[in-house]
Design a protein around this ligand. Sequence first.
Ligand code: 5RP
Length: 222
Amino acid sequence: MNQNQLKQQVALAALEVIRDQLYKDTIIGIGTGSTANFFIDALAELKFDFDGAVASSEASAERLRAHDIPVYDLNSVGQIPFYIDGADEVNARLQMIKGGGAALTREKLVAACSDQFICIADESKRVSVLGDFPLPIEVLPMARSYVGRELVKLGADPQWREGVKTDNGNLIIDCYNFMLDDPLALEQRINQITGVVCNGIFAQRPADLLLLGTAQGVETIH
Ligand code: 5RP
């Protein structure tokens, strides 16, 4: 199986996890990226079984609407039962690096509002220690240079993702060479830098369930 087939396999597995837990008033949290896209396309099959979705990006919202799945503003819904999203890296504690698609802030926000975060990923995303994938950080445009200097002091090699603007109108800095042996501490430390909107470490709110696509089938990890 190639990587896209593994992504599709876990998207279908996620559909099976939620299928029996959908009610007419259920709102589902939907992530961003190619794995989330496979999930959105699969979800269309069940669109009459739930109310609608909240999306972590304009791109996902557009894809949901193309399937005639209603998309709600997060402010108009309460706590939601599930958030289904991919990851750039995930460790055995289900902590993740996310934000390769620049949607990290809304992803973290929808995840925070969700009872269950179901991470769907192909096996290339499984790591023992987070950090090979450059850590994305969303910053206010006028803070880019200052935040970059502060990140250097923390030992990182920050690089501005030029030409990318987030759905929130901000910029992305990708950090290479971060020591990520304590993801929770680093997540909190980066959040303290003025001008940082969000960082792509998901340790404070890790996933609750990981569906990992492997050549041998889908592994379910709690
Ligand atoms: C977007 C994300 C994605 O979940 C992450 O980049 C994984 O993407 P893909 O499913 O395309 O491999 O965090 O901001």
